[in-house]
Design a protein around this ligand. Structure first.
Ligand code: GLU
Length: 493
């Protein structure tokens, strides 16, 4: 059994964003690659920013993506809520308090008199710039009450005490290594007396994160680069406890096409919105894995097993990745094109337009086969296929805004359509015969396809785009095609 143990440790302060999914996936792949364990831990000790529906959404998204942990607060088989991996539940056992009090007893941490509000005021005071909070400042806040567990006082680390007791830290600073970014070191003077246990009794992220990574024997911490600045605090705690620190990997940031941090507008939406728009989870993961990693070749589409086989930390980048929604659409489209019609048919079940309700399976599969090539995500299905199921009203703008057709008079348009009608009336309406008839018609009228076929397509679909004309007409059938041409003719007057 490999000793590789990774974890994804989301905080339910909102939705699971695509950046979080990428982090989860890298942790998942790395563990799988090494035959290790992937753990899912809920870091919910920030009660002010806690979003109740966040937890369910994280689980729903991971479930949809198939990123099931080996251990964690949710595993699909077995119990749904495993409180061992939920920090607010762990807090109730007194675990974090006990560990923090050990440091208090050792004289390396203290109950602080300063309330969060007073702390903020104090910090903003210009006289205290640059601001690094120290125990020596406590005197100003002493209210005469004795600090202690019942007194709602936070526990802070005492960095000055650490400086006198740990000479190597005083001399060399807190040093750590990032597996892809190299060495970091922070002088103790830059690390303030940060809080371990807050006044509400909950541990801070920094403290609980270290205690849990240690207890859960995490071997590799793979996370976003926004945590680089916190890592020296974590490493300091590992040093104080004499615990071996995990290996650290801080992933490259993901930017939008505008070069700025990914935002809602540039694609950073709730992951479940991708499900609801009809993206395939395997395509989304394949797209995300490439935002910061490659296998050294130009290959872009990977099966999940290939990714498990190939994933390694040394192929991770440090420079920002760019989230290009068009790239995602391309990736998703290529996964869609790989599916058999039967497989695709099952997956799009919820995405048909209402008008398709009465249609039978065979017809819907035929239609699906015609649009499969151009489908980027499933929620495009109604727009692409509605005309196969219902007569859409004549849309004048399709002709009046068409580059070539707008140049023709309605007399010319009528004349062309009449000829088309006559020719189609004589067709058996197989794709082959329709192709033949349409080509003959080009010769007969001396028109270009961009004119003649566009006109027939508009008349028979009333849609701005459609699959190949002969295929569409064959699917629509003779009666429906001809009656739509009739309607268009009447409309042309
Ligand atoms: N709870 C942190 C978050 O929500 C995770 C930090 C970490 O992975 O260490 O992003």
């Amino acid at each position: 059994m490999s000793s590789v143990r990774t974890r994804f440790a989301p905080s339910p302060t909102g939705f699971l964003h695509v950046g979080g999914v990428r982090t989860a996936f890298y942790n998942y792949l790395f563990a799988q690659h090494h035959g290790g364990t992937f753990i899912l831990r809920l870091e919910d000790t920030d009660r002010e920013r806690f979003v109740p529906e966040g937890v369910g959404q994280i689980v729903e998204a991971l479930d949809w993506l198939g990123l099931e942990p080996n251990e964690g607060f949710w595993i699909s088989q077995g119990q749904h809520k495993n409180i061992e991996y939920i920090q607010s539940e762990r807090q109730k056992t007194g675990l974090y308090q006990k560990v923090a009090e050990q440091l208090v007893e050792q004289g390396l941490a203290y109950y602080s008199y300063v309330t969060p509000e007073r702390y903020q005021e104090y910090k903003q005071d210009a006289a205290h710039q640059p601001f690094v909070y120290r125990k020596s400042m406590e005197a100003e806040f002493h209210d005469g009450k004795s600090p202690g567990p019942e007194g709602e006082y936070p526990i802070r680390l005492d960095v000055e005490a650490i400086r006198t007791e740990f000479h190597h830290l005083a001399d060399n600073g807190v040093a750590w290594h990032d597996e892809i970014r190299g060495d970091f070191v922070d002088n103790l003077s830059l690390i303030e007396d940060f809080i371990l246990i807050k006044s509400d009794g909950f541990p801070t992220y920094n403290f609980a994160n270290v205690v849990d990574d240690h207890e859960m024997q995490i071997s590799h911490v793979i996370r976003g680069d926004e945590f680089i600045s916190s890592t020296s605090k974590h490493v300091l705690l590992y040093e104080l406890f004499g615990w071996q620190a995990p290996k650290f990997v801080h992933l490259p940031p993901i930017n939008g096409l505008d070069g700025k941090k990914l935002s809602k507008r540039t694609g950073d939406t709730n992951t479940l919105e991708y499900r609801d728009k009809g993206y395939l989870p395997e395509a989304l993961l394949n797209f995300l894995v490439l935002l910061g990693w490659n296998d050294g070749s130009t290959q872009e589409v990977f099966s999940q097993q290939e990714l498990i086989d190939k994933f390694s930390l040394d192929r991770l980048n440090t420079s920002p990745a760019v989230f290009d929604p068009k790239r995602l659409d391309w990736m998703n489209g290529s996964y869609i094109r790989e599916l058999s019609i039967d497989a695709l048919y099952k997956k799009v079940a919820d995405f048909w337009p209402d008008e398709a309700q009465a249609a039978d399976d065979a017809y819907k599969k035929q239609v699906l086969g015609l649009v499969q090539e151009r489908l980027k995500y499933f929620s495009e299905l109604p727009e692409l296929t509605r005309f196969f199921f219902v007569d859409l009203p004549v849309d004048d703008s399709l002709i009046s805004e068409h580059k070539q057709l707008k140049k023709l008079s309605s007399g010319e348009l009528r004349d062309l359509l009449e000829k088309a009608k006559a020719s189609l009336e004589a067709s058996s309406f197989t794709t082959d015969d329709l192709t033949q008839k349409l080509n003959d018609l080009l010769e007969q009228t001396g028109q270009k396809p961009a004119v003649l076929f566009s006109l027939i397509r508009i008349a028979t679909t009333q849609a701005p785009a459609s699959p190949a004309l002969a295929d569409s007409l064959a699917a629509l059938g003779k009666d429906r095609s001809l009656s739509r041409i009739e309607t268009q003719l009447k409309h042309l007057g």
